[in-house]
Design a binder for this molecule. Structure first.
Ligand SMILES: Nc1ncnc2c1ncn2[C@@H]1O[C@H](COP(=O)(O)OP(=O)(O)OP(=O)(O)O)[C@@H](O)[C@H]1O
Ligand SMILES: [Mg+2]
Length: 255
């Protein structure tokens, strides 16, 4: 049975999409069957994995709102074992359209659960909000990865996210676990970077991944070519950091 991991933080620009794309590509390279679900109307994960979002006819929106067959929404990527369900800007309106639906927090769960048979990992890239789509993602998920940008005030806003997770655990998804806090855009040349790692570690202890994602320009260049960084520049720090993260997650599961 596959595992659904949501990547969430309502703070914008902390590395949710970058982590989703590159962790997914790394897991796929390690011979896992992986599906990315783009749950952000900005559709950055979709374009970053090479989907022509203007051409995509069936997206997560149609699956959530119109009950479209989810298999129609799955696209191939450049990596054979990595697939993606793309997003579309009209997902913005989905929050309101879903308000009147029964079990509106559990729609994504019902769409994705059958896919757990076909994939080892399903990674959901959330938008920078704690709205209904993100609530759906956290309700569908087994675990959540929280990317945290390594800067001062890194933990600002985290308590709000943790509170949301707590409410979802108590009301909608008792199994939900935190997979880990991931330090992103880590700049080891700055002395404060290590202080920030220590601070996050002090708060969340063994929930903090040992792997950190360093700041690396290849990670920001690769999406404009529609490629995960491991295909754009396999030897880059960004590609190697994400491969290390994938290995850390797999090792934890073997223990
Ligand atoms: N480790 C890194 N090194 C260099 N640039 C990075 C790194 N991680 C992310 N970036 C860049 O920072 C920007 C924000 O990253 P990303 O889009 O992954 O964040 P996000 O949390 O998904 O943002 P949003 O909240 O808007 O969805 C992007 O331009 C991305 O290319
Ligand atoms: Mg994003």
């Amino acid at each position: 049975m596959g595992k659904i991991i949501a990547l969430a933080n309502q703070k914008g620009g902390v590395g949710k999409t970058t982590t989703t794309i590159n962790l997914a590509a790394s897991l796929a390279t390690l011979e896992k069957r992986v599906l990315v679900v783009d749950a952000d109307p900005q559709a950055n994960a979709s374009s970053g994995l090479g989907v022509d979002i203007k051409q995509a006819e069936c997206t997560i929106y149609e699956c959530l709102i119109d009950g479209a067959d989810v298999n129609r929404a799955i696209h191939d990527t450049e990596i054979e074992t990595l697939k993606i369900i793309s997003s579309h800007i009209n997902l913005v309106g989905a929050e309101i359209e879903m308000l009147n639906l029964k079990n509106r927090e559990k729609i994504m769960k019902s769409v994705l659960t059958p896919l757990k048979e076909q994939y080892d990992y399903i990674l959901i890239d959330c938008s920078p909000s704690l709205g209904l789509i993100t609530v759906n993602a956290l309700t569908a998920a087994d675990t959540v990865i929280i990317p945290v940008q390594a800067e001062y005030f890194a933990l600002e806003g985290i308590s709000k996210l943790l509170n949301t997770i707590k409410i979802i655990k108590s009301k909608l998804n008792p199994q939900l676990q935190i997979e880990g806090f991931l330090l992103t855009m880590f700049d080891s040349r700055l002395r404060q970077a290590n202080q920030i790692y220590d601070e996050v570690k002090r708060h969340f202890q063994e929930l903090v991944f040992k792997t950190v994602i360093q700041r690396n320009v290849k990670l920001s260049e690769a999406p404009s070519y529609g490629l995960p960084t491991i295909l754009y520049d396999a030897d880059s720090t960004g590609a190697r950091n994400h491969l290390a993260l994938a290995r850390e997650i797999l090792e934890r599961e073997n223990n």
